[in-house]
Design a binder for this molecule. Structure first.
Ligand SMILES: [Zn+2]
Length: 193
């Protein structure tokens, strides 16, 4: 009986965790802000209007399940994006870890790195890890869902938003084969945002 219950919960999360929700600013307090993870200042930033698209990525690096390790990965990611890729800041608007924590990247209302695609009308969320061979833990997907609810509550994400993957808008394997297969099963998914 217990196993069955767990299975149902797991299936519902995988199938449609991002399909049914409304704005809820109470989830905004869950976000680990830039100053909390030790972000460098952005070199510049471009503001955007509220968006109708959510684009999902994987970070294509190690995963993390403890806050100190996740903060370290987020700091390292920002350094790589600024020093190696030459971007103005960490590329993503937000990053989500498999223990369900959300880290503020560029944040709401700011264009993501240009190579992410659709930067003037999408919020870009990366799940920390590599998802070619496995799907992210459900906690990460719940955190993505709550983050979007936060964005809707703040008026930064339109209620009729759609979800796509990075590979739908740019030539890349991101967000990994397994995560891509998962995203494509969601009600909010569109291949051509
Ligand atoms: Zn990507």
């Amino acid at each position: 009986m217990k196993t069955e219950t767990l299975l149902v919960v797991s299936l519902s999360l995988s199938a449609d965790v991002l399909g049914l929700h409304v704005g809820d600013v109470s989830f905004c307090s869950d976000v680990v802000r830039r100053k909390e993870w030790g972000a460098l200042h952005p070199k510049s930033k471009i503001n955007t209007r509220p968006v109708s698209n959510v684009i999902l990525h994987h970070s294509l690096g190690p995963t993390c399940i403890t806050e100190p390790t996740c903060r370290s990965i987020v700091r390292t990611t920002q350094l790589q994006h600024i020093k190696i890729k030459g971007w103005d800041d960490i590329g993503y608007n937000f990053l989500v870890s498999e223990n369900g924590q959300v880290f503020e990247g560029r944040g709401w209302g700011v264009e993501a790195a240009a190579v992410m695609g659709l930067t003037d009308r999408a919020v870009h969320i990366a799940i920390i890890g590599s998802f070619n061979h496995r799907t992210p833990a459900d906690a990460a997907m719940v955190a993505v869902s709550r983050l979007i609810q936060c964005g809707m509550g703040l008026g930064k994400v339109h209620e009729d938003y759609k979800i796509s993957a990075h590979r739908d808008v740019e030539p890349t394997a991101c967000p990994g084969h397994k995560l891509y297969a998962l995203i494509r099963g969601w009600n909010r998914y569109v291949k051509t945002p």
